[in-house]
Design a protein around this ligand. Structure first.
Ligand code: MF3
Ligand code: CO
Length: 273
């Protein structure tokens, strides 16, 4: 639920540092996406991410977070989020969700994408595509709505319009982000009776819907991290870190600020400088 803790509203200068962190995350995504193919281990992908972070003089938001042992999360098939990279060898048709965060000068960026390895099951590709669309719809709602609850409404609307009976995960949600990776407010991916806090300049949040091809119920594995679907169905996860600047919205973890994806939804992004 929406907490009542204080929200850290950012100055434009702080958002500009967050954009640097976000652009490191975008580069990690590009490098990991390039490397993800059958035969590669999830640990290999972690190494690729660690190298990009080191190359930029950044640090990982995840490594050491509550004892988390890796640079990124790699969640495969029925794993939804928080999969720990290791010896697992990726196979043809795997649904691979990659989540990573970077810190630059104390400020965080956090983003995730899902890719389906060849030979992909079209139903898995559809799941990932719909999940990505829910994320962009949630981000567009941030640009146009008054209150944060609009994000969850937008996510639900896209799932409903897709015609699929996908599960929308509820135990894990988006979040405020800035001088820490996880801050208030929570960003829910479903409708509630609460409208949530006002969306206003300085608000920076990670929007991160997770959908499954089956039930929305989740379980945590013995490693105390990996979150899987209770029914074994496959899951997808997309995430961006988004800033509400003085004049409008900018997606900090997208190289183009989200310009292209949001234009398709009638939203014009506003550069921060
Ligand atoms: N990035 C995840 C999120 O989107 C959090 C990962 S927690 C970690 O909120 F410990 F695995 F890093
Ligand atoms: Co996040």
């Amino acid at each position: 639920m929406f907490g009542r803790e204080r929200i850290e509203y950012k100055t434009t200068e702080q958002i500009l540092v967050m954009r640097r962190a976000g652009l490191v995350v975008a580069q990690i995504h590009a490098a990991v996406r390039e490397s993800a193919r059958p035969g590669v281990t999830t640990g290999n992908l972690d190494g690729v991410a660690a190298q990009v972070i080191a190359d930029h003089g950044a640090t990982s938001s995840f490594l050491g977070y509550h004892g988390y042992p890796a640079t990124i999360c790699v969640s495969v098939n029925d794993e939804i989020v928080h999969g720990i990279p290791g010896d697992r060898v990726l196979e043809p048709g795997d649904v691979v969700s990659v989540d990573c965060g970077a810190i630059v000068d104390g400020w965080h960026g956090d983003a995730a994408f899902t890719t389906v390895l060849p030979e992909a099951d079209p139903a898995d590709v559809e799941l990932s595509d719909v999940t990505e669309r829910t994320m962009w719809a949630g981000i567009a709602a941030l640009a146009t709505a008054e209150r944060l609850g609009a994000v969850g409404e937008a996510v639900e609307d896209v799932v409903d319009a897709s015609g699929h009976e996908y599960g929308i995960v509820q135990e894990y949600v988006g979040h405020g982000i800035g001088s820490a990776m996880h801050q208030p407010p929570e960003v829910l991916n479903y409708r509630t009776r609460e409208k949530g806090p006002r969306i206003k300049p300085g608000l920076c949040v990670a929007v991160e819907p997770m959908l499954t091809r089956g039930s929305r119920m989740t379980q945590v594995l013995e490693d105390d991290w990996t979150v899987v679907t209770a029914d074994g169905s496959r899951a997808a996860h997309w995430e961006h870190t988004v800033a509400i600047g003085p004049q409008g919205i900018w997606v900090l973890t997208a190289a183009d600020g989200g310009a292209q994806a949001l234009a398709a939804l009638g939203v014009t992004v506003v550069p921060l400088d």
